[in-house]
Ligand binder design. Structure first.
Ligand SMILES: [Fe+2]
Length: 436
């Protein structure tokens, strides 16, 4: 096998990038020369309709050894029974409720990044390109001659334990816990383990792509800054070995056999590309006198729906930060929301749930189901002396969607479901001291 492995990333969010793994591979002054350098084929990969407004129009030009029509043969069906897609209704008979899980167990059998996906919730409808699915991945094998692309949505990967290397058509991305990466819809890749088994979370976004939220009065800086997003430089495999490409398409899986690696892009330019981001570069903005803003202040990226201010998916984090508000209850307040919240913990301890919500675990607070700090957290936060206090060594996140999140049968039956979660609020007794 010959490959050109260039290490490195280009900074910026949604930039128009250009990169080549061999000198002169990228045409200049035009996209589609009569004959490309090195005998490459030119191919456009579109992430938006051709006529999308300029600000959300996304496409890249790929210069590759074979066009993608040669990276698929006839398709046959494939089975990945734990990877579910919306609509996936009535998959179980667990009643509604506030739900929490410990880390799902690593399967006994070999699992790669595709077979190791275990979907927890689905929301919306993939057929109308609305909604999302939240999964965990439990991976103990690298993909070698196995490749994949997802026609159903972009994939936001949130590592929690162990690192992964994604070799995508447009280059290589390595991520470890504390970082995230996004692989666009339709982009072929394989995933390798960096250092032993890997576990983490996956948000499949069926709708419009993630973008950075408008900052409003915050101004031009803070929260997630564009320069901290990294897109890989071009890298390719020149590998003629029997291989298999799996495709996810409207919730079904199909396989095709090919005789080579489809990761044969030698040069590319455009703004439709994978990227990574280190969540520890997020610059939080919050309360500096009293009370605190809504958690939307911690939005890293947002995937809009057609309705203004109403996200198809928001990706929100709860990072290290100072807590300084005076005469205020500092943890999240009690609430009922129209949006549905899937939370995970990457490391440390979450301030509203000091017990039970552990790294690798999950909580689900669905549309209009009440939640908030547990009794222990309430008692402490109501009586503690309000000195400046730093929340350290903590990183939780949330996939929040306008669509109700429906549980899969796996989520309803996995052994780490905490059936006593509701009891975390039972100590919140009536404290009323008024008299008529
Ligand atoms: Fe909440």
């Amino acid at each position: 096998m010959k490959s050109a492995i260039l290490h490195g990333y280009m900074p910026g969010f949604g930039n128009d990038f250009e990169t080549e793994a061999l000198p002169g591979a990228l045409p200049h002054g035009q996209n589609s020369p009569q004959a490309c350098a090195y005998g490459l084929y030119a191919e456009q990969l579109s992430g938006s309709p051709f006529t999308a407004p300029r600000g959300i129009n996304e496409r890249s030009w790929l210069y590759r050894m074979r066009p993608s029509v040669r990276h698929t043969g006839r398709f046959g069906k494939a089975s990945l029974p734990f990877w579910k897609t919306a609509p996936c209704l009535d998959d179980h008979d667990l009643p509604i409720g506030q739900l929490r899980w410990g880390p799902p167990p690593m399967p006994n059998e070999g699992t790669n990044f595709i077979s190791g996906i275990r979907t927890m919730t689905t929301a919306g409808d993939v057929n109308t390109q609305t909604g999302m699915a939240a999964s965990v991945y439990l991976v103990n094998q690298s993909m070698i001659d196995e490749y994949f692309f997802n026609a159903d949505g972009e994939m936001l990967v949130v590592p929690q334990s162990g690192g992964l290397r994604f070799f995508t058509e447009l280059g290589r991305i390595e991520v470890t816990p504390g970082e995230i990466c996004v692989i666009p819809r339709g982009m072929k890749f394989r995933a390798e383990l960096l250092d032993g088994p890997a576990r983490g979370y996956l948000c499949e976004n069926y709708g419009a792509k993630f973008t950075l939220p408008d900052r409003g009065p915050i101004g031009a800086n803070c929260l997630a800054n564009p320069r901290d997003f990294k897109t890989p430089v071009a890298a390719y495999e020149d590998k003629e070995t029997p291989s298999e490409l799996t495709v996810k398409w409207c919730g079904k899986f199909y396989k095709t056999k090919i005789g080579h690696s489809p990761l044969d892009v030698v040069a590319w330019h455009g703004n439709y590309a994978p990227y990574k981001y280190d969540l520890r570069t997020f610059s939080p903005v919050g309360a500096i006198l009293f009370d605190h803003p809504d958690p939307s202040i911690f939005t890293v990226m947002t995937a809009p729906s057609g309705e203004e201010g109403t996200a198809n998916v928001d990706f929100v984090i709860f990072p290290e930060r100072w807590s300084v508000a005076e005469h205020s209850f500092r943890p999240p307040w009690y609430h009922m929301n129209i949006m549905s919240e899937f939370m995970g913990l990457i490391y440390g301890q979450y301030d509203a749930k000091p017990e039970g919500f552990v790294p690798g675990g999950i909580s689900l607070h669905n549309c209009m189901l009440p939640h908030g700090p547990d009794a222990t957290a309430f008692e402490k936060a109501s009586t503690v002396e309000l000195k400046p206090h730093k929340l350290t060594n903590t990183l939780a996140f949330m996939f929040e969607t306008r669509y109700p999140q429906h549980l899969t049968s796996y989520a309803a039956s996995v052994e780490t479901l905490q059936t006593d979660y509701i009891d975390c609020w039972t100590g919140l007794d009536k404290r009323f001291t008024g008299t008529p």
